[in-house]
Every structure is written in C-alpha cells, then in structure tokens.
Design a protein around this ligand. Structure first.
Ligand code: RB5
Length: 147
C-alpha cells in the first residue's frame, strides 16, 4: 500500500510517530509531503498536496494531520474524490474504512496522544471497505460533488 502523509506545524511530531508505526508493516510505502519544522504553515496547502497524490493514484490513501485535525480534514473534503475521516478513536477509524471507504485519515496532533494515534492508524490501515449497502451510500456521497 502507498500512503502520502502530511501535517502542518501543529502535528509534526505526530507525523513522525505515525511514520514509525507505518514502518512496522514493511509493505507500506510512505511519501511525506511535510511540513518538516516548527515554522507555521497553512494546513490547506498540506491538504492539497496529500490529496493530489490520492486522487492521481500515486498513493492509495492519505494521512492528514494538523493541531486538531479539524482544519485539514475540512480542507481535504473539499477536494473531489476525497473522503477524509477525522478520527480520535479506534472504532471510528475502523468504521470509516468499513462503512465510508475513507481514503484519507485525519488526526489532531494537539488532541490525540501518540499511543492512541498508533492504534487508530493500525486499525485504519488494516480495515477493508465492506461494500454492499455501504457502496450505495458512498456513491451517493460522491454524487454530491456534482451539486
Ligand atoms: C494551527 O495553529 C491550527 O489552527 C491548525 O493546526 C489546526 O488545528 C486547524 O484546524
């Protein structure tokens, strides 16, 4: 699996922690689009880079991080083809894959601790979309992009 990850200055440390978790898998290729320091950057710019990789197919999925996860998840969900789920618990992370086929996971570096974030990432990476009735609903979500 290929994953593009990015954060603003509010989640640089969490980004490093998540990359370490992803390394455990051995078969996950990670592209890091930054940011890499504490200098303030605008999360919509980071969202755009992550989602460009997902929409183009360069990556299968994205992980988007900012201070709360809120701003970057809102920005990601403005991009056609993206279903970004802001998750602060393992159950939501699993459901975002099983029911919503989320292709981007968002978390908040100032909200979610490293331990829980690692569990959320593992659940999200390992859970497949269930399809069936959920496919119809996801198709309806995607149709809203035409409005
Ligand atoms: C940046 O200070 C902060 O606003 C950002 O990381 C995020 O929390 C926005 O939703």
């Amino acid at each position: 699996m290929k994953i593009t990850i990015g954060s603003d200055h509010g989640a640089v440390q969490l980004k490093e922690e998540v990359k370490m978790v992803l390394k455990e898998y051995g078969d996950i290729e990670v592209t890091d689009v930054g940011t890499f320091g504490t200098e303030s950057v605008d999360y919509p710019d980071v969202a755009e880079k992550i989602c460009a990789d997902v929409v183009s197919g360069k990556s299968d999925r994205g992980i988007a991080l900012c201070g709360t996860g809120i701003g970057i998840s809102i920005a990601c969900n403005k991009i056609k083809g993206i279903r970004c789920a802001l998750c602060g618990d393992v159950y939501s992370a699993k459901m975002s894959r099983q029911h919503n086929n989320a292709n981007v996971l968002a978390m908040g570096g100032r909200v979610t601790g490293f331990g829980p974030a690692g569990e959320i990432v593992r659940a999200w990476v390992e859970t497949e979309f269930e399809g069936g009735r959920h496919e119809r609903r996801v198709n309806k979500i995607m149709a809203l992009e035409q409005n």
